[in-house]
Design a protein around this ligand. Structure first.
Ligand code: GAR
Length: 207
């Protein structure tokens, strides 16, 4: 930890399997992440396996359903309440498959990170998420894909890029095979590193 100061408090937002969340949990355990602590895992899907990963690691979890709360505005208001109650500094979108409004994004300017499974600006933007990204990459016949960690702004996948890593596309790849390789060789490495980098910068400038 830098200068014995407090750690950056991180919330990870998830919807599904949570392998990126697992990479963050592992990086915290093995000391790769030192200046940030995982303080909350928030899911919009009660069945997300990511919730079990968080619970196993003793991280508090919250589930919020847009439908049950009555719409986007109420959903985001509830999210903001939870994030503020937990004193969250940084929000990490790790497979969070739901839209965030411009108001929400502006409120957390340079305080939301996203991991995207391609080399932005390729195969990104509206409609490009999860397996779909890899289907499009294979359909286009690219020989390199990869992953990007970036700050979130109002433009889908358009915010400032923090880190990228290329991954080879191999003959015979299916979307599932390519997705797994991009996760293993890029996402799970880049995302924990980016959190630590942001935490160090943050602590240095004493925000
Ligand atoms: C990851 O590949 C992540 O990059 C992608 O969803 C997957 C979630 O997996 N996110 C997007 O496509 C966002 N546009 P995980 O739940 O196992 O971490």
């Amino acid at each position: 930890m830098l200068n014995g100061e407090r750690k950056l408090r991180v919330a990870v937002l998830v919807s599904g399997g949570g392998t990126n969340l697992q990479a963050i949990l592992d990086a915290t355990k093995n000391g790769l992440i030192q200046n940030a602590e995982l303080s909350l895992v928030l899911s919009n899907n009660p069945a997300a396996y990511a919730l079990q990963r968080a619970q196993r690691a003793g991280v508090p979890t919250v589930v919020l359903s847009r439908r049950e709360l009555g719409g986007q505005e109420q959903f985001e208001a509830a999210m903001i309440r939870v994030l503020e109650d937990c004193g969250i500094d940084l929000i990490v979108l790790a497979g969070f498959m739901t839209i965030l409004s411009e108001d929400f994004i502006r409120r957390y300017d340079h305080r939301i990170l996203n991991v995207h499974p391609s080399l932005i600006p390729a195969f990104c933007g509206k409609g490009f998420y999860g397996l779909r990204v890899h289907e499009e990459a294979l359909a286009r016949g690219v020989k390199l894909s990869g992953a990007t960690v970036h700050f979130v702004n109002e433009i889908p996948d358009g915010g400032e890029i923090i880190a990228q890593k290329a991954v080879e596309v191999l003959p015979g790849d299916t979307p599932e095979l390519l997705q797994r390789r991009v996760m293993e060789q890029a996402e799970w490495i880049l995302l924990p590193r980016a959190i630590e980098t942001v935490a160090r910068q943050w602590m240095k400038i004493g925000q």
